[in-house]
Design a protein around this ligand. Structure first.
Ligand SMILES: [Cu+2]
Length: 303
């Protein structure tokens, strides 16, 4: 069972990227500078478009929480940018207007209680103003109550194990064979010829759409981290500990992530792939998996 891929293949993006870079290189430095400035100005706009190799911003994602995290990120980025522009503007104007060559005499004061109170109070207000919406979102991210499905995810060097605790399903998920062949030294296979290179697995995690899924994270050897940017979920999987996260996807599709904790030699080769399907498709998948495990669906249903 395959559903549509949410993103176009990376290869297509990369080809487009190479062509536009080649076109840029043929033009003069002024053109290149103008293109760079235009590109930087357009960054927040392109964040809403498909991701390519030069995509820098966070994705908006497919959950309510990921949209909230994105809005929060844009708000705080805006505040930081405004502060940066203001502080540098004051600094540059002061340096130019009060320079020694204009004959300006330095002021002799060493202390001003009023100024110190102001420059302490303003940052405190700004920080509290940023902390309130951030804390609201964090509280929501931590609230795993009311989840319908619980999946225990265990990180190993260098693959993931998924265990559906309510349905008695368990399987390992490792890098797909095509990526694995291409990544070998001297394989002679171009990574660009492999769709979703290093971002595809043999067994995907499958979950239903519009359903709150709780993920219990742990590890069997060293610390790993389960990361799916489109769900705004990234948490460490630590041996001997259980960490909880949750997500509820508003869209069907295939969402890709990676291990985000340096966990050894093959850290870059343990992707996370989550396939979000309709309720009916999910039930079929559960029945299929249970049959494969030698457990009749009826027995599982009666448990
Ligand atoms: Cu890892």
């Amino acid at each position: 069972m395959r559903v549509r891929t949410a993103r176009p293949s990376q290869r297509d993006d990369m080809n487009t990227g190479n062509r536009s870079r080649a076109r840029l290189a043929r033009r003069g430095p002024a053109h290149r500078l103008a293109a760079l400035v235009a590109g930087l100005l357009l960054l927040p706009v392109t964040a809403l478009a498909e991701r390519g190799p030069w995509h820098l911003n966070m994705p908006v994602g497919v959950t309510d929480i990921s949209a909230e995290v994105y809005q929060l990120h844009m708000l705080i980025l805006g505040i930081c940018t405004a502060i940066g522009v203001l502080v540098f503007a004051v600094m540059i104007v002061s340096l130019v207007r009060h320079r020694k060559s204009r004959g300006v005499q330095p002021a002799q004061f060493t202390h001003s209680t009023r100024v110190e109170v102001i420059w302490t109070a303003i940052p405190v207000f700004i920080l509290v103003g940023m902390a309130i919406p951030a804390a609201e979102t964090l509280v929501k991210m931590e609230d795993t109550s009311g989840s319908e499905i619980t999946v225990k995810v265990t990180g190993y060097q260098w693959l993931w194990h998924y265990e559906y605790l309510d349905d008695n399903i368990g399987f390992f998920s490792r890098l797909d064979a095509d990526s694995d062949r291409a990544r070998q030294l001297g394989s002679g296979i171009s990574p660009f010829s492999v769709d979703n290179y290093l971002l595809e697995v043999d067994n995907r995690m499958v979950v239903p759409v519009d359903t709150k899924v709780r993920v219990l994270l742990t590890a069997g050897d060293v610390i790993h981290a389960w990361w799916v940017p489109d769900f705004a979920v990234k948490k460490d999987a630590i041996p001997g500990f259980i960490n909880e996260v949750w997500f509820q996807s508003n869209e069907t599709g295939v969402f890709r992530g990676q291990c985000a904790e340096l966990c050894g030699r093959d850290h870059g080769f343990m992707p996370v792939v989550v396939e979000v399907v309709t309720r009916e498709e999910y039930e079929d998948w559960v029945a299929e998996r249970q049959a494969e495990n030698g457990q009749p669906a009826a027995v599982a249903a009666s448990r």
